[in-house]
Ligand binder design. Structure first.
Ligand code: NDP
Length: 246
């Protein structure tokens, strides 16, 4: 496991956006950031789930979060510009961005892979990340120390049979992270890194491994230390790297 003891309130006065914040790892990360002082912007497609996370953060005494309902499958470049405008208007800044939302798609061999599912997975897992990063970069560049975290996978740097578009999308995510890291290096205070969560007890994992006993897996809360490390200033000099949460 990645070991890191986050200082109390080390994200005080920081504004952090988390995609896919309504469930699984994104939910755990959003709550952990709020617990350490951040104002968290919860973005996702199911408003009722985002509202639940909102309430949980408030009841734990965290600073009031914001909710942005957005379906990454259908959102256009214009929608991401609107997200940036809204964040600028409401908060005046953005210090961190966790690209966490993803779709698994269907497991199966490439020759049987449904082309529409391929498009859908690439749209949510790759194109949406590009469009969102592009729109939010001016705000991130204006922050004194900004962190962009991408989410990879065990199949994101070594292909595996039957993982189809999901595996390819995670290779692309790592590529996007590396290109961004290299471009911003020396130009701004924006750093970019990727996390491979490893097998974690969520809906997506259960879809991919239906026969597995979930109790044998780490929970989203267990793997949060690396998410905290990369969001705070202790990782200020770290750029273009891939981390294993477990
Ligand atoms: P979950 O399926 O539990 O959560 C994914 C989140 O992404 C959900 O909140 C979901 O929203 C959201 N999301 C999916 N599609 C869209 C969309 N079109 N628009 C907006 N939001 C969307 O997955 P995990 O928590 O397991 O996964 C989190 C990240 O970790 C992913 O990037 C995944 O690839 C990666 N990962 C996970 C591993 C694991 O073992 N769990 C292992 C390796 C990598 P909704 O709740 O509405 O469905």
């Amino acid at each position: 496991m990645f070991e890191y003891q986050a200082p109390a309130n080390f994200l005080q006065d920081r504004v952090v956006l988390v995609t896919g914040a309504g469930d699984g790892i994104g939910k755990a990360a959003a709550k952990a950031y709020a617990r350490h002082g951040a104002t968290v912007i919860l973005l996702g497609r199911t408003t009722s789930k985002l509202e639940k996370v909102y309430d949980e953060i408030e009841s734990e005494g965290g600073s009031q979060p914001a909710i942005i309902p957005l379906n990454l499958e259908t959102a256009t470049a214009h929608d991401y510009e609107e997200v940036a405008t809204m964040i600028d208007r409401e908060f005046g800044k953005l210090d961190g961005l966790l690209h966490n939302a993803s779709l698994l798609g269907r497991m199966g061999p490439l020759f049987q892979y449904d082309p529409d599912t391929w498009q859908q997975v690439m749209q949510v897992n790759v194109h949406a990340e590009f469009l969102m990063t592009r729109a939010l970069l001016p705000l991130l560049r204006a922050a004194p120390s900004a962190s962009v975290i991408f989410t990879s996978s065990g199949v994101g740097n070594k292909g595996r049979a039957h993982w189809g578009a999901y595996s390819v999308s995670k290779f692309a995510t790592e590529g996007l992270m590396q290109v961004l890291a290299d471009e911003e290096d020396g130009l701004s205070n924006v750093r970019s890194n990727a996390i491979n969560p490893g097998g974690t007890r969520t809906n997506m994992r259960a879809l991919a491994y239906p026969g597995e006993d979930p109790d044998t897996l780490k929970t989203p809360e267990d793997i949060i230390p690396v998410y905290l490390y990369l969001m705070g200033d202790d990782s200020r000099e770290v750029n273009g790297q891939r981390f294993n949460a477990q």
